[in-house]
Design a binder for this molecule. Structure first.
Ligand code: AMP
Length: 176
């Protein structure tokens, strides 16, 4: 990666006990609201995959959309929304994944990726890695070649990277 992204931490706010007791929520809305920080974030994520042909960038609902769409634009790629259940109107592929308590589902349109297309997955935060791993599984089931995954924030102490071994994983800010 190019320029050091450490200064972006100034634009990330810790909210204690959100959305439930015990969780230290990394609020990226101050970063999004700051023109320099937002531009730097998008450029750094896109630059991480520069020089490689990318057909599609997959963004994970909902905060992943905010960064994935401009990264797709910068990479000259299409944007594919990976959505919560029941939102996509056409034929879908679905993946169930583990949450701390229970399971959740992610869906993608079957015709959003053609076999052999090169894709990048982008989200705001990688925590336990379950969401990213489910998205990776969806992409691979549709025959995509996953070039890598990009995140604004990595909560390294939760070990999410371990669920994505063998993948190129880029995060701009790491909390260890
Ligand atoms: P995970 O599947 O555990 O990697 O969680 C990933 C999703 O949950 C990401 O899309 C984040 O938006 C959200 N998330 C999980 N933990 C946090 C946190 N501490 N702060 C902000 N977002 C989080």
């Amino acid at each position: 990666m190019g320029a050091d992204a450490g200064w972006l931490k100034e634009h990330i706010r810790d909210i204690a006990d959100f959305p439930k007791p015990g969780v230290a929520f990394k609020d990226i809305t101050p970063l999004l609201a700051d023109a320099d920080a937002f531009r730097f974030t998008i450029d750094a994520l896109a630059d991480a995959f520069t020089g490689q042909h990318i057909d599609k960038v997959l963004g994970i609902e909902a905060r992943g959309f905010i960064t994935a769409a401009p990264v797709a634009y910068r990479c000259g790629a299409g944007f594919v929304p990976v959505r919560k259940p029941g939102k996509l109107p056409s034929a879908i592929e679905r993946e169930e994944y583990e949450l701390e308590y229970g399971t959740d589902l992610l869906e993608v349109h079957r015709d959003a990726i053609n076999p052999g297309e090169r894709v990048v997955i982008v989200d705001d935060v990688i925590a336990t890695g379950g969401t990213a791993a489910a998205t990776l599984a969806l992409a691979e089931r549709l025959g995509a070649e996953v070039v890598g995954l990009g995140f604004v924030v990595e909560l390294a102490f939760l070990g999410g990277r371990g669920k994505l071994s063998g993948q190129e994983l880029v995060s701009l800010i790491t909390y260890s």
